[in-house]
Design a protein around this ligand. Structure first.
Ligand code: NAD
Length: 442
């Protein structure tokens, strides 16, 4: 049952002719994502008045595994990669979180991402904990058969930790539905029967869910609409800039444009394009499908990633990597709303600067939760072997997102807090209550 209504976004296979520009592969050099995540947690613990023991429990991953992945390359040589899987917390249910293939992946980044998954699942009230995985590899430099071998070896190394009741993977940067099919197949072959619930974000043909591929982006747009409503505005009233044109950014551009917003700038790791008054997004998507990048799109002028963040637009959507809004550039942000499609795009110091300047940040753990919400729907469908229609999924997604947004906005108003602090307070409290209710064993 192909998802014929999903707009095509990034190509499945990287075209031969990528732009002749060195891609950005390193993360910025300021305090890493784990420092940001820990600082956010410390803030929430302080506000909630929890003791040092609870803080230590919530600050420390429950389990983690570090694996070496040897790859036999197509030319017969061998290369070694490092991979990780971290389960930050499993008190509310199985670990849930993506698998990232990126050269800058390290265990601290995975720990931060796993922690954010715990809070995200709690914000949208899913019966999950938080987990994340990563392999330090640049997938663009390897063939599909090579990526399949890396994925299967990684999966078999972390087998004891994963499963539909233990820890459920999904795509993230550098991985896609095909990667999930390989994970599911490797796991299932080893167990002796088909177990679709071990991953979400898999192809429809092997038990994926309608609407999953676009869910994160739909959620980003739902939460933008909710934020705008608080100011008496709607999507057709605003201009948008999006950093990152992958699975999240490209579909978000499509949905914003469909809803009447002016998408004035987009970028990827090779560069960006800008057009005052709005880009022609369908034409841009076609350009990206054929060239592999937004660079070179004739319907706009070139723009750098840094410049995009400071553009005079209403809504800024970071949808690439973490740590792009820092104390160095937060003062340059002109947008009134920052809606975080990416995980951890704003450092703690940048957050404080944005809050002082009255910029509303709709935080990652709320804004991009649409992906994990429909992942949850996919997992439920797989467990029941009964599939829902796309209309049902989209309706339930919208309800969940708006309900979660309203819950966070209510705490923000009551406590006079920025949305991120409110979302963290709510989610950390939910996880802490689960800890306390379960008690300590032994
Ligand atoms: P992707 O690999 O499909 O796309 C990433 C995009 O970011 C690409 O366009 C890439 O060129 C660009 N990029 C990479 N490094 C960059 C840099 N240094 N500067 C500018 N652009 C850069 O990944 P994705 O799935 O779209 O994920 C993007 C972000 O959204 C990540 O932070 C991810 O954790 C988060 N996220 C993804 C999902 C999901 O469902 N895919 C869900 C929630 C959160």
């Amino acid at each position: 049952m192909p998802d014929t209504t999903a707009p095509d976004a990034v190509p499945d296979h990287v075209p031969d002719h990528l732009p002749d520009v060195a891609p950005v592969t390193a993360r910025p050099t300021h305090a890493g994502p784990l420092a940001t995540a820990q600082e956010q947690l410390a803030g929430a613990i302080g506000r909630l008045g929890y003791d040092a023991g609870m803080h230590a429990m919530l600050a420390t991953p429950r389990r983690e595994i570090n694996v070496a992945i040897p790859l036999r390359r197509d030319d017969g040589s061998t290369e070694l990669f490092h991979g990780f899987r971290v389960q930050h917390n499993v008190s509310r249910g199985p670990g849930k979180g993506g698998l990232r293939y990126h050269p800058a992946v390290d265990v601290d980044e995975v720990r931060a991402l796993a922690m954010w998954m715990t809070w995200k699942c709690a914000v949208v009230e899913l019966p999950y904990g938080g987990a994340k995985g990563g392999v330090a590899i640049d997938p663009r430099n390897y063939s599909q058969p090579e990526l399949e071998r890396v994925t299967r070896r990684y999966t078999s190394e972390i087998m004891p930790m994963i499963g539909p009741e233990r820890d459920i993977m999904a795509p993230d940067i550098g991985t896609d539905a095909q990667t999930m099919a390989w994970v599911m197949d490797t796991y299932s072959v080893n167990k002796g029967y088909t177990i679709p619930g071990v991953v979400t974000g898999k192809p429809l043909e092997v038990g994926g869910s309608l609407g999953r591929a676009t869910a994160t982006s739909r959620g980003v747009v739902h939460s933008t609409r909710a934020a705008l409503r608080e100011a008496g505005l709607d999507l057709p009233d605003v201009s948008v800039a999006i950093q990152g044109f992958g699975k999240v950014g490209s579909h978000a551009a499509d949905f914003y444009s469909d809803a009447g917003s002016r998408v004035e700038a987009v970028s990827d790791q090779y560069g960006g394009v800008y057009r005052s008054g709005g880009l022609d997004v369908p034409r841009l998507l076609t350009h990206v499908r054929t060239t592999g990048s937004v660079v070179g799109f004739e319907g706009g002028d070139p723009i750098g990633n840094e410049e995009l963040l400071g553009l005079d637009v209403d809504v800024l959507v970071p949808a690439a990597v973490e740590g792009v809004l820092t104390h160095d550039n937060a003062g340059d942000v002109k947008a009134r709303w920052v809606v975080e499609g990416a995980n951890g795009p704003t450092t703690a110091r940048a957050d404080a600067i944005l809050a002082d300047r009255g910029v509303v940040v709709v935080p990652d753990i709320l804004a991009n939760a649409g992906g994990v919400v429909v992942s949850y729907f996919e997992w439920v469908q797989a467990q029941q072997a009964y599939w829902w229609t796309e209309a049902e999924i989209e309706l339930r997604l919208e309800e969940r997102m708006l309900h979660a947004y309203a819950g966070v906005a209510e705490v923000a108003r009551r406590e006079s807090l920025p949305m991120r602090d409110a979302a963290l307070m709510l989610s950390v409290q939910r996880v802490a209550v689960a800890h306390r209710t379960r008690g300590l064993y032994p």
